[in-house]
Design a protein around this ligand. Structure first.
Ligand code: FCA
Length: 268
């Protein structure tokens, strides 16, 4: 048996780990995985045709755009392939989750809440004057699982007493990755040059890492800025640095569950 495992950003450690664990499932259970990087819609559709031509029977996918959901499903059906979405859930033409397509993802809002709580606890532990702090939120609202994470972080921080008027959203353009986050953070910092201390949340590690690079470029450090990521996989070199940076920590998700389990479910 052969299955496909398509990911939107093959260069990110998170997706490399998913692939690694999908391979492990394949070895243990006895099937073959075709790993294909599909950063745009055209590549996804070509990959599905290629999978069918090579005799695959189904595929797991983290789509580059959730709005491609209906096109992916149509293409899979035309090729008689089963499909399972991982990480990013397909959105239908009505703007709602395509619940009829099986999906494995995270409790995005709750994990976002935990980020907000960690940031607030750090503000308190360090005795920061809340009036001096800005909350930089690296948003990417095109992707519901990311929007739920960032809004979850804001919701919790505000509930714990962070002033709503000091929350600043920095929208990432096109993709969620370090360079787009760096640009978004720089744009925001230009507008809020008077803020003395920053806390940072984002949808994943790369978005927070981009913001951290922008803050360092303006003289902020681990004493004056605190960022908390999500994934726990793309931030390892950052956490290994001899001198701590504003990247304080990350919520570790289980790449093993996402890679191994989805591959296994597709096989079964
Ligand atoms: C999305 C993000 C990834 C990862 C995954 C679980 O796809 O882009 O970085 O957090 O959800």
């Amino acid at each position: 048996m052969k299955i496909g495992f398509l990911v939107k950003q093959p260069e990110e450690p998170w997706f490399q780990l998913e692939w690694k664990f999908a391979d492990q499932a394949a070895r243990e259970l006895g099937f073959e995985v075709m790993k294909i990087g599909t950063p745009d819609g055209e590549k996804v559709l070509t990959a599905i045709d290629n999978l069918a031509a090579s005799g695959a029977q189904g595929f797991v996918i983290c789509t580059p755009d959730v709005l491609l959901g209906p096109a992916i499903v149509a293409k899979a059906r035309a090729n008689n392939l089963k499909v399972l979405a991982v990480d990013d859930r397909f959105v239908g033409p009505d703007g709602k989750d395509m619940e009829q397509i099986h999906y494995l993802g995270i409790s995005a809002r709750k994990i976002g809440n935990a980020v907000g709580e960690t940031l607030m606890n750090q503000i308190k532990e360090r005795g920061w004057n809340m009036a001096e702090v800005g909350f930089m939120v690296m948003t990417f609202d095109e992707l519901p699982t990311i929007q739920d994470r960032t809004e979850g972080a804001i919701e919790k921080a505000v509930e714990m007493g962070f002033p709503e008027g000091q929350v600043y959203r920095a929208p990432l353009q096109q993709r969620i990755e370090v360079p787009t986050a760096l640009d978004a953070a720089n744009t925001l910092l230009t507008r809020h040059g008077n803020v003395k201390k920053w806390i940072i949340a984002g949808g994943n590690d790369s978005s927070v890492l981009g913001a951290v690079r922008a803050l360092e470029g303006r003289g902020f450090n681990a004493e004056t800025a605190i960022g908390v990521g999500i994934n726990g996989t793309d931030c390892i070199p950052e956490l290994e640095k001899a001198n701590p940076t504003p990247f304080y920590g990350s919520f570790l998700l289980s790449a093993r569950e996402h890679g191994y389990l989805t591959a296994k479910m597709m096989y079964e």
